[in-house]
Design a protein around this ligand. Structure first.
Ligand code: PLP
Length: 517
């Protein structure tokens, strides 16, 4: 096994840590993000050889290359569980080619039909195994409660990922009345003995603020530890353990395209990613750095185009930028946390520059990178944004032209790829099944505008019934079982709480008390 340790993007960690500790800590001391000291290098033969293995073994092989400090057998077992029959396609993330040079990497075959499953079927198992290891080494003496505030998709994927694991329980808060019928049912019917779900009176911002306040309450932390032997963790998208599984599918996809005769080994490939927190596209960058022949990284934004503007100008500016609601809500973001890792790499790991820019972002709500860094950004990235109407028109256009149904996030990426692409073949990251966003797919099929009210008879349908209708009208009868059966599953969680620190803490303690009975 290769040895590898983790340093942080702001230069505060003096003693580099191992993978298991980076996963348990999440955020590094000083507020920076963990990155591996060494990026392993693969030859084109190493990469192409992956195609002979099942996906779980491809993933295990990349983890070993990164020097993950768990026994090889444990890595194999955890990967077998993460990428097995919980996915509805044994290829895990199959590729559909729309034409000879346009390939769609379907990242939504997991249990919740969202691309978040690719990371959240994997990270929780490694989190739990890391906790076990640190306990055995006598370096940890408590368990964890994962607390998640969600606007919809992440919550379900996290619940499903952490369900019934050792040393960890999970509570998810969503804005009551602020998520779709499908999203609500996905969470409220969640199985598992260590899970809990609350609706919160308020919007997503209230949920997030509530969670943040609870995380910041040291007295509460001390009480949880003393009375329940628990400490809070967020397992959010800045955790290295969520990023690494995403590196796997870009290396794997390249190998697969070669094995399928769609690329010759060594041919350049552009990758287009519908981007929010910058995790997915950063994973493609790391795959490139490992030796995968990826040429340009195409960053697709919706109307919240802060990243597109940054890539095109070198200035990241949220000082006067409204937050816009779009049909692709998982990309509705202003502060994109994983960009910090990208800049760290593009400055040849200049922690001082990163610390300054992040401090500017906090105090002035903007920062500008130096000319050399901007040049490097332009060498690797191109970016475009797609407005809400164009997003829905693209869904219809691709259905008519290729008989393929895109969700709104993937539609943004498809349109941006068409606008930005050059000679190279393009791999488009598809991040959700269309049936998670049936209402906007319905609008697209009916040439409606985003936000236009649905006809009364359609509005009256449940999410499942609406998906049935869209399936009939489009001829795509591929609604995943986990979504199709939601109307039939019993609702387990009905509690709605206020979003104040005290209310969340009270509900948390009640959940833990019930767990420990
Ligand atoms: C989370 C998410 C994204 C954004 O991915 P990042 O890694 O945050 O850039 C895009 N599409 C969907 C459907 C998502 O759930």
């Amino acid at each position: 096994m290769e040895d590898n340790r983790y340093i942080d993007t702001r230069g505060c960690v003096t003693e580099p840590v191992e993978f298991t500790e980076a996963v348990i800590n999440g955020l590094a001391d000083g507020g920076g993000l963990y990155v591996p000291m060494n990026i392993p290098q693969l030859t084109i033969d190493d990469i192409c050889a992956l195609a002979k293995l099942p996906y779980a073994q491809r993933a295990a092989s990349i983890y070993r290359a990164f020097g993950v400090n768990l026994p090889a057998q444990t890595i194999d077992e955890l990967m077998g569980q993460a990428y097995g029959s919980n996915f509805d396609d044994e290829r895990i993330c199959p590729i559909t080619s729309l034409d000879a040079n346009t390939h769609v990497l379907e990242l939504w075959h997991g249990p919740t039909s969202a691309f978040k499953d690719m990371a959240l079927q994997c990270l929780p198992r490694f989190f739990s195994a890391s906790a076990s290891q640190l306990r055995e080494q006598g370096r940890l003496d408590h368990d964890f409660l994962i607390l998640v505030a969600t606007s919809g998709d992440t919550g379900k994927a996290a619940l499903e990922g952490f369900r019934d694991l050792d040393h960890v329980s999970i509570s998810v808060m969503y804005p009551d009345g602020g998520v779709s019928d499908i999203q609500y049912r996905q969470m409220a019917t969640q199985r598992g003995g260590n899970v809990n779900v609350w609706g919160v009176r308020g919007n997503f911002d209230d949920c997030q603020t509530g969670a943040k306040n609870v995380f910041g309450d040291e007295k509460f932390a001390a009480k949880l530890l003393a009375e329940h032997g628990m400490s809070l963790s967020s397992a959010n998208s800045i955790n290295w353990g969520r990023l690494l599984p995403q590196v796997v599918y870009y290396v794997s996809a390249y190998a697969q395209l070669v094995a399928d005769g769609k690329l010759s080994a060594g041919d350049p490939l552009d990758v287009c990613v519908p981007t929010g927190n910058f995790g997915n596209i950063l994973a493609a960058y790391y795959a490139k750095r490992m030796g995968t022949p990826i040429d340009m990284l195409l960053c697709a934004s919706n109307e919240n185009r802060v990243l597109t503007d940054f890539i095109n100008t070198g200035t990241y500016d949220v000082s006067d930028r409204p937050f816009v609601l779009t049909p692709s809500p998982s990309m509705d973001i202003l502060v994109s946390s994983n960009l910090e890792r990208q800049l760290f790499e593009l400055t040849d790991r200049n922690a001082q520059a990163i610390a300054e820019w992040m401090s500017d972002l906090k105090t002035k709500r903007r920062f500008r990178v130096d000319e050399e860094t901007f040049k490097r950004v332009r060498e690797h990235f191109a970016a475009d944004s797609v407005d809400n109407s164009e997003c829905l028109r693209t869904i219809k256009e691709v259905l008519d032209k290729h008989d393929y149904l895109l969700d709104p996030h993937t539609a943004v990426a498809y349109r941006a790829a068409q606008n930005l692409r050059g000679e190279n073949p393009v791999l488009i990251a598809s991040t959700a099944h269309w049936a998670k966003f049936g209402n906007n797919v319905y609008r697209a099929l009916h040439d409606m505008e985003p936000g236009e009210p649905l006809p009364a008879d359609v509005e009256a349908l449940s999410g499942c019934q609406l998906n049935e209708l869209v399936a009939q009208e489009s001829g795509h009868h591929d609604v995943p079982r986990g979504l199709a059966e939601l109307d039939e599953l019993p609702i387990r969680f009905t509690e709605v709480i206020d979003g104040t620190t005290a209310d969340i803490e009270h509900a948390t303690e009640q959940f833990l008390a019930a767990l420990q009975q």
